[in-house]
Write a protein of this length. Structure first.
Lengths: 312, 425, 185
């Protein structure tokens, strides 16, 4: 099967085979990092513009490394240094950058649906690196790569995603991906951080963490932002930790071969105990490593069009 | 001097008329309505196969002038109204400056008179600068030509202010129109809170943000004994509360927009900012309830909430886009295609909602009927002709509509204002 | 369009056998040598040659595989990205004699890409090239050290190697537009 999309705006709508193709390609990309020369010329002469309208050192670095490993030229464009801070509209920004002949935009933005908005104004491919609380497809893919490495497949896997479900783009992308691949997803968090109608996405929802974690094969913890407390969504970080923090005690309720994941950056002692984060079940650092491979795979599939020379 | 409209199907819910009749007009007023009328030297308008209805009045329009002429001017807004089959419009006061004084009201009326035959009934602000604190000078506004009061775009947050507004306006015979939204509960929401908002990661506005202030206004109508009109009802809860209030004979009236009886929140799925409005597009069941409300008269009037925004204002991130769409040129065809053709509401009720009900609510006694002595304002439309709005047909300065290119059965053919005929373009 | 079998299964076996003998002779028993097949059909060919060497010389030559899709020079954005098969070289190529193995040598572009891919894995002492068929029409100054069969072709002809591993049969096929006569070596 070959890749046939111009953009990667979200996981929603991808077929299982397409997700598998990305993961298979990412596994091949992982090999590049083990070489003395950690770089291939696949995207030589391609210009990738990293448009970050929100701070994200982690995701941006991961994309930048992926781009460099594929020999693409990169241009970093962040909101604070750009004309956006002078009031230029997003569409105008795109129309301007467009004349620099980019081949791809990697875009992070606080508003859901910006990929759909700018796709009407560019000839380049767009990779959504997070649009508000909508989607963050490469995060879900790197999570999936990590899960597949440990569990082999997704069929029937019991996955718990816990924390700030309401404001998380990671949750939505992961729900779509895991549902598509045949896993069973439960989301859990305080009622104020569990959006109404979340079950319509095909998940179980619970506010009782210790019940929800029982027997799970994968436990994915989400970052709790301090500002949610000041906006009255829960009383205190301490109370949050007491009810929803992933401690060693609670982890014992999960399957004995459970893996613990976190998209980072972690708040130790808020959503996750240090002993768990650094413990034997944690695959958190694998996720970081897989992030580069997945992003290389996505960029290669979107931009690496051409004849398959190894086929003849 | 004479105009004779021949062979039209005259539909006038105020008198229960629905038959093929001729209408004779002299000096801008109806002279006679009867079979086979003749008048020597009269201009003849052949209305065979057309519906002749009392002139349609849109109670809820944003003409944007003064202050936002980039979005719309009085002239372009009225051109759209004329093309859309309206003989009169009420313009909301959220201009810059806000229409909270006789001078702004007079400015609007002067501009309108110079620009278009369409009648304009300005709506004055409920509170000064629509800030929700001090009452605007209602008597002065009425004197200048204001027909109703509203802080539309914003709710009147304080119940005490709303109470005083209803009391004072009621004593002057002015209708108070409230934009019912609990802005605190709505928060930063940019669409209806439901399965679509959770899927798109957009913050939602729950139906309760509408019903809480509607219930308050109904309570205040009981307390004051004065009229209150609920703008753009969008939810089943809202429709049901108003229906119950009317059953108790409380002086409550209400309106609904074409977008709230045609579109659901699923229109937001592609992040089209032309699907962003306030109140937001709701769920299927809410759309159903709005149609039921229009059918049984719980919702008295159909209004457009015509809200022009410039191209660049709408061509932005969904959650940063302004609310609203233009509606004057699509309202009548949408009602004909989605409500009348499908037998959801009767033709008579549709004409009532566009014409008689607004005239009644605004106290325009010489409008909203076709009878000797009434003003000769009519809307002529066809049930068979198709409407398909193209960008170049739009008379508004702004083109923000999700209905472009939609094929709709039913079309406005002409309007008559004060006895003069204006064929639709 | 005419399709002609140039080599059948036995013919392919014989040709590979001869290639293995040549390798053994020129590399003096193949100590310190390695075979790296180029995806896709170079990979099973490399394995088969290694098996023959094992039979004849009783020597275990390490075999790797090389995916050159990340090293292509046709940077057009047309078409979809080729599926990656992955590079797998589990031995150190530093100081070794590496023999690249491919099925058909044509324009030379694949080998150019393979050389780039190979040097990113380390610095071999020597790199040689073994191909089952050389069909001519080179676009780059590249030639093979070991050639199973030289075939006269027109540029627009198709030379296709079928292998049991992928196609269920072993056969070398030539597809020509007009007549097959001039195609004979």
């Amino acid at each position: 099967m070959n890749w046939r999309h111009k953009h990667l705006l979200g996981i929603e709508g991808l077929a299982p085979e397409e997700i598998t193709l990305i993961l298979d390609t990412a596994e091949k990309m992982a090999e590049v990092a083990t070489r003395p020369v950690k770089k291939v010329p696949a995207l030589r002469a391609k210009l990738v513009v990293n448009l970050f309208f929100e701070n994200s050192t982690r995701t941006r670095s991961s994309f930048e490394i992926a781009e460099k490993r594929l020999s693409a030229d990169t241009l970093n464009f962040s909101a604070s240094t750009s004309s956006v801070s002078k009031g230029e509209s997003l569409v105008d920004t795109i129309l301007n950058v467009e004349r620099m002949m980019p081949d791809c935009y990697v875009m992070r933005h606080p508003s859901p649906g910006v990929g759909q908005l700018i796709s009407g104004f560019t000839k380049a491919s767009i990779v959504n690196a997070g649009d508000g609380a909508h989607e963050h497809p490469t995060q879900a893919l790197l999570d999936a790569m990590t899960i597949r490495q440990r569990k082999g497949s997704f069929k029937g896997l019991r996955v718990l995603i816990a924390g700030d479900i309401a404001h998380s783009r990671v949750v939505r992308s992961n729900i779509h991906l895991l549902n598509t691949m045949g896993a069973e997803v439960t989301v859990c968090g305080p009622a104020t951080l569990l959006p109404p109608h979340i079950e319509s996405l095909g998940v179980k929802a619970s506010t009782a963490f210790e019940e929800a974690i029982r027997g799970k094969d994968v436990v994915m913890m989400l970052r709790i932002q301090l500002e949610r407390q000041t906006r009255g969504l829960f009383p205190s970080l301490m109370e949050y930790y007491q009810r929803y923090g992933l401690t060693e005690e609670r982890l014992k309720l999960a399957d004995k071969d459970v893996i613990v994941m976190h998209p980072g950056p972690m708040n130790r002692g808020v959503e996750i105990a240090s002993e768990v984060a650094d413990g034997p079940y944690s695959v958190i650092l694998d996720q970081v490593e897989n992030g580069v491979s997945v992003r290389m795979a996505v960029l290669y599939l979107l931009l690496g069009g051409g004849e398959d020379v190894s086929a003849h | 001097m004479y105009l004779l409209i021949k062979n039209g199907r005259v539909v006038d819910p105020s008198s229960g008329t629905d038959e093929t009749l001729d209408v004779l007009i002299k000096d801008g007023r109806v002279e006679a309505v009867d079979k086979k009328l003749e008048a020597k030297g009269a201009e003849i308008l052949d209305a065979t196969g057309l519906i002749v209805a009392p002139g349609f009045i849109d109670m809820h329009v944003h003409l944007r002038e003064p202050g936002y002429e980039r979005k719309e001017t009085i002239a372009t807004g009225l051109a759209a109204a004329l093309a859309g089959g309206f003989t009169g419009v009420c313009c909301m006061p959220n201009t810059d400056p806000v229409n909270d004084s006789a001078s702004v009201t007079r400015f609007i009326l002067d501009r309108a008179k110079a620009a278009s035959p369409v009648h304009v009934y300005p709506i004055g602000a409920i509170t000064k600068e629509s800030k929700g604190e001090e009452l605007a000078p209602y008597a002065e506004l009425r004197e200048a030509g204001a027909r109703a009061l509203s802080d539309d775009g914003k709710p009147v947050v304080k119940a005490s202010v709303m109470r005083r507004a209803m009391e004072y306006a009621g004593s002057l015979g002015l209708l108070v129109i409230d934009h019912c939204e609990d802005t605190d509960l709505a928060g930063e929401g940019s669409m209806h809170e439901g399965t679509v908002s959770v899927r798109l990661g957009l913050k939602g506005i729950p139906a309760e943000a509408e019903i809480i202030p509607i219930r308050r206004d109904i309570s205040l109508a009981r307390l004051t004994g004065q009229r209150v009109h609920i703008a753009h009802v969008s939810t089943r809860l809202g429709v049901e509360a108003i229906r119950a209030a009317k059953k108790k004979r409380l002086p409550v009236s209400a309106e609904a927009t074409p977008h709230h009886f045609t579109l659901t929140d699923e229109a937001v799925l592609g992040f089209d900012t032309n699907a962003k409005m306030n109140p937001p597009l709701r769920g299927k069941d809410d759309v159903e309830a709005v149609i039921e409300g229009l059918a049984d008269g719980t919702l008295d009037a159909i209004v457009t909430d015509h809200a022009p925004h410039a191209y660049e204002e709408k061509m932005v991130e969904f959650d940063r886009a302004p609310n609203g769409i233009i509606g004057l040129q699509t309202a009548v065809p949408l009602a004909l295609d989605r409500l009348v053709k499908t037998d959801r509401i009767s033709l008579k009720r549709m004409v009532d909602a566009f014409s008689c009900a607004p005239a009644r609510l605004l106290g325009l006694t010489d409008k909203g009927r076709i009878a000797p002595g009434a003003e000769a304002d009519f809307t002529l439309f066809s049930l068979r002709k198709q409407t398909c709005l193209k960008a170049e047909d739009i008379q508004s300065l702004s083109k923000n509509t999700p209905f472009l290119g939609m094929k709709l059965k039913g079309a406005v053919v002409a309007v008559v204002i004060a006895g003069r005929v204006y064929p639709a373009r | 369009m005419k399709r002609k079998t140039i080599l059948d299964a036995a013919g392919i076996q014989r040709t590979l056998g001869r290639l293995a003998l040549e390798l053994a002779e020129r590399l003096q028993g193949c100590q310190g040598a390695a075979l790296i097949g180029i995806h896709r059909r170079g990979v099973p060919l490399a394995r088969r040659i290694a098996d023959k060497l094992n039979e004849v010389e009783k020597v275990q030559v390490p075999v790797g595989s090389l995916d050159i899709n990340l090293y292509r020079d046709d940077f057009s954005s047309a078409g979809t990205a080729p599926v990656l098969r992955g590079t797998q070289v589990d031995f150190d190529i530093e100081g070794r004699t590496v023999v690249l193995v491919d099925d058909v040598l044509f324009t030379g572009r694949t080998i150019r890409a393979a050389l780039d891919a190979l040097v990113d894995l380390g610095r071999p002492a020597r790199v040689q090239l073994a191909v089952l068929v050389d069909r001519g029409h080179r676009e780059l100054p590249i030639q093979a050290d070991y050639v199973g069969l030289s075939l006269n072709t027109r540029r627009e002809d198709h030379v296709e190697l079928h292998l049991t591993e992928f196609d269920g049969e072993d056969a070398l096929l030539l597809e020509t537009q007009i007549t097959a006569k001039e195609g004979r070596p």
